[in-house]
Structure formats: structure tokens, C-alpha cells
Design a protein around this ligand. Structure first.
Ligand code: BES
Ligand code: ZN
Ligand code: ZN
Length: 505
């Protein structure tokens, strides 16, 4: 795991293996960002010119290595691109996160690096710290010692030039480390193949973390689920040899009554069930528990940060398989709470397990419910692979969630829940069907979930099917595989609630 520290020595004087500086696109070629001064001095003020000669432009994603001159303790200088130079020289948080991410990934295998990026404010410290820990992430759990393809992540990122004694700066660093580590926890869970992460193994991991961080945890196994009438979870899980679980994991703070409920879709593998997915659509479906991973990580982060808010996580865990006892298209399920759903397509399973969990979460009357799910291919078609969709039963809350996500560097977009689409999932035999018309499929899934939200409870739904799992070439702080999408938004919602910005009474 990558360590994060603050150092009060200069970038040039710090004992490290490499020193990272920022370079931006200026009007007359590459321009050094604040923080690089002592390193530039060691180059006789010519570092920008050297970088220019080497072909560096300051574009986002760029990483150029230069041997360090005498006067710099580290052997290597790494210049990372920050994109267009801002007129006021105040770099935006996301540009810093991404550049720090590129630096950390480029420096895998290195023990210690000095990060001499702009860190004048607590916000910038948080951004650079977050980017560094996220960018250093690698998933090597399934590589053997014989394989040399997994280099060790960067050991330590030392931020130089920050106000190391400032309380707000220290808190920002702590937050960066905690949230990034918890995002990396979510990434690990998502990347773990389904044969190693069944519903019960997932539940066991939550139990272990709960013990470590003093959380309250309850696990309903298949017997308890059947007895309790959780028809959605049972119906989805019954085609699999590994039975479903509903996990409730709660962080409570003694000084507040404000409570958020986070509900996560936790399909440890989605084959589609009897409505089997075709080849080409199932290779990455171990990622279908990304919502549950995000919820779990966010609850742990809230606890580690000691936020003054109660956060209850609900993980709806099941494996969707086409076994001999599987739910058939046409079957009717009796959901938790008694409503009946005709299953027209067993591949629309996420909404079934979430419906049970949302109904159950509603019984505790939280101030709000936020569910997170890799719910529909339609949302990927609508928004692409880097943005999640936000739906809600309250326009103001949807706007707050969107603003919160944006400030955290999580791309997202508000989506509607059009009432006209509601009748498309009327059923001729049950209360409703689990599928409606094809067009607007992401919104129909949202409308379906809304039916299960308790009367008067504020609710938002994040469809992270696009950004949860990244298959392209790594960029910024985004690796291949699980990304940890929505963790930062959930933690920030909890923090804003703790600070009285949301749900103040
Ligand atoms: N897990 C999938 C959605 C998904 C697609 C996640 C791509 C990540 C990437 C979900 O369970 C699903 O299969 N949804 C169906 C619903 C349809 C049958 C109504 C879909 O989107 O096609
Ligand atoms: Zn599915
Ligand atoms: Zn699914």
C-alpha cells in the first residue's frame, strides 16, 4: 500500500528516488507549475527549456523523465502534464488528481518519490494525495512469484511544499489517504474473480472489516432470507450453487440522529440466468457487484474518518446463474414486503435484489436512501463509459448529488424518471414486471426501483454500469478493471450530511 506523507523540506533537498514536478501548456510552450522552483534552480532555471527540447508540451497524461542534476537529492525528475495552464496559476483539483495519478503509475517499483506539484491549499493537498494513492494501485493478488509482470506500487508519496503543520492540510491528507485506500478496497473486490468472491465470501470480508473498524454487521443467509420473504434475492440466487446474502453494515455516531442508507447491487457474477447473456457480454460480469463494493467501502471510510453521521450499508449479494433450479422467464416472485413481480427477463436481476434491499432499508426511515448499481447497458449507451447516471425522486437532491460528485472528480449526469414509461412494465399476471420497453431502459430500471422506496423517503439512484469497470488503457488515476466509481460521491454525501449541509433539521 502506498504511504502518503507531508514533508517540510524542499523538493530538491528531500531524500527520495524521484521528484515529480508539474508542467502545463503555456502560451509559449511548457510552463512549470508552482512547487517546482527548487528543482528548477538546480537546473539553473532551464527546466522548462529542457522539457521543451525533449518534446514535452504540458498536455494532460504526459510523463517525461529527466536525469536530475547535482543539487537535487533524487536521481530522477519526472515532469507530468497538467493540461492548459490556468491564467491565475491556480490548478484545478481534477487536473492535479490526474497528474498525480500518472506520476504514481509511472513510478511503480520506486520506493519513495517527492511530489512537488501545486499544494498551496488543503484542497490541492487532498487532490494530489488522492491521485497519488489511486494512481499507484495495482491488482496482483492472482500473480505468482514466478511472474514479473506485476511491479510493486510506489512505496511512498511525500508531498513537499504544503503547510505541513496546518490543521486543515493534515485533515485533507488524512481524508485523501482514507478515501483512496477505500476506493482501492472496492477495486480489489471488483477485480477479484467470481470463483473467489461468492456472496458468502463477500459477506465474510464485510464481517472482518466490521470487526476491525467497530461496525455493526448482520448477515442474512439463504435460510433467513427465505424465512423473511426476500423473494427478489432468493429468486435471483436460486440458479446458483452459491446462495445469496443480505448484509447490513452500520456505522453509527453517538452525537447525531442523521442517517443515510446506502444500498448496493452485489451480483458477484451476472450470466444473465436463463435469459443467458451472449458471448461477448459476460467476460466482465464479475464487476456486477461494484455497487455493493462502493457501499461497503464508503461505510468503512465514514467510520475511519469518524464522520458525525450514521451510515447504514445494505449489500444485496447474489450470483445470477442458469442452474436447474433457476428462476424462469414468466415466473412470479413475491418480494420482501409482499409485492409480486413477473420476471420477464432473468438478466434484469439487479432491480430484483435491490427492490428487497430498498424496501428493507426503508423500514428504518433514514433521511435518504442512495442506491448504487451496475444496472443497465442502456445507461452505458446513453452516457458512455466514464459517467454514471443519477436519478432521484427529488429534483433538489438529484442536483445535490450531481454537484457533490462533480466536486469529487466523479463524472456523472442527472437523468429523468419519466412517468410515461411507468406503464410499460405493467404485468398481466403480477403487480409489475421486471422489464418494460427497450427504449429508455436505464430510466425504466430507475422507475422500477422507485416503486420500492418507502413513502416520504428521499432517494437517489446511481447507475454506474458505464464507469464501474474500465477496459481501456489506464489514464490519470484510472486503472484497468474496477475503478471504485461512486465511493467518493457516497463519502462526500456522508461528510456533507455530517457537516449540516444536507438534511439539516
Ligand atoms: N449487469 C447488467 C448491466 C450491465 C451492462 C452492467 C453492461 C455493466 C455493463 C444488468 O443486470 C443487465 O443485464 N441489464 C439488462 C436489463 C434488460 C434485460 C432489461 C440490460 O441492460 O440489457
Ligand atoms: Zn443482468
Ligand atoms: Zn446485472
Amino acid at each position: 500500500m502506498t504511504g502518503l506523507t507531508l514533508s517540510s523540506s524542499s523538493a530538491a533537498a528531500l531524500r527520495a528516488d524521484a521528484v515529480v514536478v508539474g508542467v502545463a501548456k503555456g502560451p509559449k510552450g511548457p510552463r512549470l507549475a508552482p512547487g517546482a522552483e527548487s528543482v528548477d534552480d538546480a537546473f539553473g532555471g532551464k527546466l522548462a527549456a529542457v522539457l521543451d527540447t525533449l518534446g514535452a508540451t504540458g498536455a494532460e497524461g504526459e510523463a517525461v523523465k529527466v536525469p536530475a542534476p547535482s543539487g537535487v537529492k533524487a536521481a530522477l525528475v519526472l515532469a507530468v502534464g497538467l493540461g492548459e495552464a490556468p491564467e491565475d496559476d491556480v490548478y484545478d483539483a481534477e487536473a492535479l488528481r490526474r497528474a498525480a495519478g500518472v506520476a504514481a503509475r509511472t513510478l511503480s517499483g520506486v520506493k519513495k518519490a517527492a511530489f512537488a506539484l501545486p499544494v498551496g491549499t488543503a484542497e490541492q493537498v487532498e487532490a494530489v494525495g488522492t491521485g497519488a494513492v489511486l494512481g499507484a494501485y495495482t491488482f496482483t493478488a492472482f500473480r505468482t512469484e514466478r511472474s514479473d509482470s506485476g511491479r510493486k506500487p510506489l512505496g511512498e508519496a511525500a508531498l513537499v511544499g504544503a503547510k505541513a503543520r496546518d490543521k486543515a492540510v493534515k485533515a485533507a491528507l488524512e481524508r485523501a489517504l482514507t478515501v483512496a485506500e477505500e476506493m482501492n478496497r472496492a477495486r480489489d473486490l471488483i477485480n477479484t474473480p467470481s470463483n473467489e468472491l461468492t456472496p458468502s465470501l463477500f459477506a465474510a470480508q464485510v464481517q472482518a472489516a466490521a470487526k476491525q473498524y467497530g461496525l455493526k454487521v448482520e448477515v442474512l443467509d439463504e435460510k433467513a432470507l427465505a424465512k423473511g420473504g426476500y423473494g427478489g434475492l432468493i429468486g435471483v440466487g436460486r440458479g446458483s450453487a452459491t446462495p445469496p446474502r443480505l448484509v447490513r453494515v452500520a456505522y453509527t455516531h453517538s452525537k447525531t440522529a442523521r442517517t443515510l442508507a446506502f444500498v448496493g447491487k452485489g451480483i458477484t457474477y451476472d450470466s444473465g440466468g436463463i435469459s443467458l447473456k451472449p458471448a461477448g457480454h459476460n467476460e466482465t460480469m464479475k464487476c456486477d457487484m461494484s455497487g455493493a463494493a462502493a457501499v461497503f467501502a464508503a461505510v468503512v471510510a465514514a467510520a475511519r474518518l469518524g464522520l458525525q453521521v450514521n451510515v447504514t450499508g445494505w449489500l444485496a449479494l447474489a450470483e445470477n446463474m442458469p442452474g436447474g433450479d433457476a428462476t424462469r422467464p414468466g415466473d412470479v416472485l413475491r418480494m420482501y414486503g409482499g409485492r409480486t413481480v413477473e420476471v420477464l427477463n432473468t438478466d434484469a436481476e439487479g432491480r430484483l435484489v435491490l427492490a428487497d434491499a430498498i424496501t428493507r432499508a426503508s423500514e428504518e426511515s433514514p433521511d435518504a436512501i442512495v442506491d448504487v448499481a451496475t444496472l443497465t447497458g442502456a445507461m452505458v449507451l446513453a452516457l458512455g463509459t466514464e459517467r454514471f447516471g443519477i436519478m432521484a425522486n427529488d429534483d433538489d437532491f438529484r442536483a445535490e448529488v450531481h454537484a457533490t460528485a462533480l466536486a469529487e472528480g466523479e463524472d456523472s449526469w442527472p437523468m429523468p424518471l419519466p412517468q410515461q414509461l411507468r406503464k410499460s412494465f405493467d404485468s398481466s399476471v403480477a403487480d409489475i414486471a421486471n422489464m418494460g420497453v427497450r427504449m429508455g431502459g436505464g430510466l425504466i430500471a430507475g422507475l422500477f426501483l422507485r416503486e420500492f422506496v418507502g413513502e416520504g423517503i428521499t432517494w437517489a439512484h446511481l447507475d454506474i454500469a458505464g464507469p464501474a469497470f474500465y477496459e481501456g488503457t489506464p489514464y490519470g488515476y484510472t486503472p484497468k478493471g474496477g475503478t471504485g466509481s461512486a465511493v467518493r460521491t457516497l463519502v462526500a454525501l456522508a461528510r456533507r450530511t455530517a457537516e449540516g449541509e444536507l438534511f439539516a433539521r
